[in-house]
Write a protein that binds this ligand. Structure first.
Ligand SMILES: [Fe+2]
Ligand SMILES: [Fe+2]
Length: 242
């Protein structure tokens, strides 16, 4: 049996390649969690009611907790450098857009959070045991964020005059979200699958992700944009039909 497909808990049990791949996965997730918490906190000024504000604040706190869990995992395995500093530096580069309206917050939560959850689901049976232990709790909370985003989108799209704006924000956040899956079928991804760090390649997960968007898109009257024009690299056989 390949020793790398057995359960792993400590740095000593990892090969160098396994360690580096795991570090990269934790770093990416930590960044996505921090970006989400910061975006949602920034968007609070656009949230129109007390009830919604409480909800969004809860989500901000949950994203920060997810981020903290990632930092904990990083420190547990002795990842190189200060992950908190690394993520804040990357965020300062401005790769994740700021949110300018309540409708945009809905689009971001529906699309970006949901993409993050699909990627996390692949770690539920990770050979790195500490990951399996935390993923369930994070996923439960992410589902709440995603359904909140869908609710906001659906509510706005009842008014047909809102739809062009909703479509533009949908396109914007779909592009950001699809990029977060990484390049389809990369060598690094094949390695991560071979040692059981994740189950499937980003290309397969992207298909599940876009399929999961379709019911809400139908309710909202939204369409998939031309992703090539948006400069997004996707798997060539990604099925965007309804
Ligand atoms: Fe999260
Ligand atoms: Fe979230």
């Amino acid at each position: 049996m390949n020793p790398e497909t057995q359960t792993i808990r400590t740095r000593e049990q990892m090969t160098e390649r396994y360690f580096e791949t795991l570090c990269q996965m934790i770093r990416s997730q930590a960044y996505r969690e921090l970006a989400a918490s910061q975006c949602f906190a920034y968007a609070l000024r656009h949230v129109p009611t007390l009830g919604y504000k409480r909800k969004v604040l809860e989500h901000v706190a949950e994203e920060l907790e997810h981020y903290e869990i990632c930092v904990g995992l990083w420190n547990q395995i002795g990842g190189p450098g200060d992950l908190d500093a690394i993520c804040h530096a990357r965020l300062a580069e401005g790769a994740v857009p700021l949110i300018d309206s309540f409708l945009e917050l809905g689009a971001a939560q529906f699309l970006y959070d949901c993409a993050s959850a699909y990627q996390l689901r692949e770690y539920e049976n990770s050979t790195f045991d500490p990951y399996c232990e935390v993923v369930g709790k994070i996923l439960e909370e992410e589902e709440g964020h995603e359904s909140f985003g869908a609710e906001v989108l659906i509510e706005h799209c009842r008014d047909e005059s809102c739809r062009p704006e909703a479509q533009a924000l949908f396109d914007k956040w779909l592009a950001v979200s699809l990029r977060s899956f990484g390049r389809p079928d990369s060598e690094g991804s094949r390695y991560a699958i071979s040692v059981g760090l994740k189950t499937r390649d980003g290309a397969a997960i992207q298909q599940d992700y876009v399929d999961g968007l379709k019911p809400t898109m139908r309710l909202c009257g939204l369409r998939f944009p031309d992703l090539e024009k948006l400069g997004v690299e996707i798997a060539p056989d990604l099925d965007l039909s309804f």
